[in-house]
Design a protein around this ligand. Structure first.
Ligand SMILES: C[S@@+](CC[C@H](N)C(=O)[O-])C[C@H]1O[C@@H](n2cnc3c(N)ncnc32)[C@H](O)[C@@H]1O
Length: 162
């Protein structure tokens, strides 16, 4: 919780939250709960490459099971946008980070927000990527950022969609 919950500092209103690379849906479920504690109603959505992971996410969040689907985010062409889109830099090779975040930003509805995270590894002694610097280097205007755990070990940065 200390490492992941700073993500919700980027949640500033009610809306639909898409976790790109949602795995078993735990983070999307937690974000909905943490946002609720801050007074915002967030509806969890997610996509992941893994069929088994999506089945676990649907089982975890049965009332939102239709919001979770199997997709490769690099080829997926969704027919809608979300208030909040969250993903990790790690889902992209470093040389494609700018392409990755612009792809994610295209799935954010006007007035919404893209939140990008990076997790370091305590066991490997690796810090998280400086996401704020990466997004600024991609020419994006950063609206805010947060960090969690000791070191810190997680970093989150967000960009508003006009
Ligand atoms: C480290 S987990 C992140 C889980 C959760 N979002 C979180 O932050 O705690 C990364 C997930 O991204 C998924 N993933 C990796 N590449 C993907 C892609 N191109 N499209 C969709 N999901 C992908 C993996 O299957 C894995 O479940």
């Amino acid at each position: 919780m200390a490492e992941r919950s700073p993500l919700v500092e980027g949640i500033d209103k009610d809306g639909d939250f898409l976790d790109v690379g949602c795995a078993n849906g735990l983070l999307a479920a937690d974000v909905a709960e943490w946002a609720d504690q801050r007074g915002f109603r967030v509806v969890p959505h997610g996509v992941d490459l893994g069929q088994g992971l999506i089945e676990l996410a649907r089982g975890r969040l049965p009332e939102h099971s239709r919001n979770f689907s199997v997709a490769d985010a690099w080829t997926w062409e969704p027919d809608r946008q979300w208030t909040f889109v969250y993903s990790l830099l790690d889902l992209s090779p470093e040389e494609l980070w700018c392409e990755w975040v612009r792809r994610l930003l295209s799935w954010v509805e006007p007035g919404g927000r893209l939140i990008v995270g990076s997790y370091g590894s305590r066991s490997r002694g690796e810090p998280p990527v400086d996401v704020k610097r990466v997004l600024e280097d991609c020419g994006l205007e950063v609206a805010g950022w947060s960090a969690g755990g000791e070191g810190p070990i997680t970093r989150f940065t967000w960009v508003n969609k006009s």
